[in-house]
Design a protein around this ligand. Structure first.
Ligand code: NDP
Length: 285
């Protein structure tokens, strides 16, 4: 089975590379942005023609949430036009698409976990382009799994955990917001869940399970709780202050609550999902 992975040098892409040896039955084709620029439609066609994959994991994205506010065209080109290009390649070669989306499609006004049928209402450019990307998939090709996830971290690339560890080496005190609630997701757990989707789909080729799914680790916390746990696990003593979002204004408005409800994916995959704190402990840098 051939699985094409776009954006392979990002957090999710590198996590998929990390777990690939555990799945010898899958031939992964890893394409970084220099191998395949998803905004280039003819390059997409060429890569699909060459590999004719059964599955494609689109791990490529514009993920700079604040920068997107001043680069909306670039965010749109990657998160919407690029996604459409990939979905078109999938349609031509009958490739099942696994596309990754975000909790930031929601506005955060709920106080119970968001399920797949809750109405999206993104508050920033990044979330808006990701939602448009979801629509581009749906409008282009039927065989898709859109997997929304949240607060992704890993030993790879840029993320909150690595930022906290860097700041702790530079400063005596750090302030982190305590009124945005979500669920951290270890990119390696997400990568394994995506492979499980592929294996499950492949076992049931005639069953239509396509659609939107939510995946994150279990539990919920604030960014402050997340930072506290990162320092505790790494045995770092630092003066950590909890502050409200109003004391830490950012260009992009973020949802104050974006916990994802996961019963749909758990029923589909019979998946044991780790608690976020347990998963955080497994990260080795
Ligand atoms: P990263 O930012 O770590 O990786 C994204 C990758 O996409 C990078 O390697 C980047 O390449 C690549 N890329 C950018 N533009 C293009 C392009 N035009 N063509 C091909 N590749 C391109 O993201 P994550 O791994 O963290 O995110 C994976 C998915 O999860 C994304 O869809 C994201 O929206 C979603 N998500 C992420 C969250 C998070 O907290 N990070 C939270 C919720 C959802 P290069 O390195 O060369 O720039």
């Amino acid at each position: 089975m051939v699985v094409l992975v776009t954006g392979s040098s990002g957090q999710l892409g590198q996590s998929l590379q990390h777990i690939a040896p555990n799945y010898p039955g899958i031939q992964f084709i890893f394409c970084s942005s220099s191998d395949l620029d998803i905004t280039n439609s003819s390059q997409c066609q060429t890569v699909f023609k060459k590999h004719q994959p059964q599955y494609c994991i689109n791990a490529a994205a514009y993920t700079a949430v604040d920068k997107a506010e001043t680069e909306p065209d670039k965010a749109h080109a990657i998160n919407v036009t690029g996604v459409k290009n990939i979905a078109e390649g999938c349609k031509i070669y009958n490739t099942v698409l696994l596309h990754i989306s975000t909790d930031f499609v929601f506005d955060g006004t709920k106080s119970t976990p968001y399920n797949e049928s809750d109405l999206p209402n993104p508050t920033g450019v990044y979330g808006k382009t990701k939602l448009e990307g979801e629509l581009a998939v749906k409008q282009t090709w039927d065989k898709y799994y859109i997997v929304r996830t949240s607060w992704v971290y890993s030993p790879f690339g840029h993320n909150f955990m690595k930022t906290m560890l860097r700041l702790a080496s530079e400063r005596d005190s750090i302030s982190v917001v305590n009124d945005q609630i979500g669920t951290p997701t270890h990119a390696v757990d997400l990568a394994n869940a995506l492979v499980q989707i592929i294996l499950t789909d492949n076992r049931q080729p005639t069953t239509n399970n396509f659609g939107i799914y939510h995946f994150s680790n279990e539990g919920q916390c604030s960014w402050y709780d997340f930072a506290k746990k990162i320092f505790e696990i790494n045995k770092i003593n630092i003066n950590l202050q909890s502050i409200p979002t109003s004391s830490f204004p950012t260009p992009a408005k973020r949802p104050s609550y974006s916990v994802l409800e996961k019963s749909k994916i758990k029923a589909f995959l019979e998946l044991e999902i780790k608690d976020w704190e347990e998963s955080l402990k497994t990260v080795t840098l």
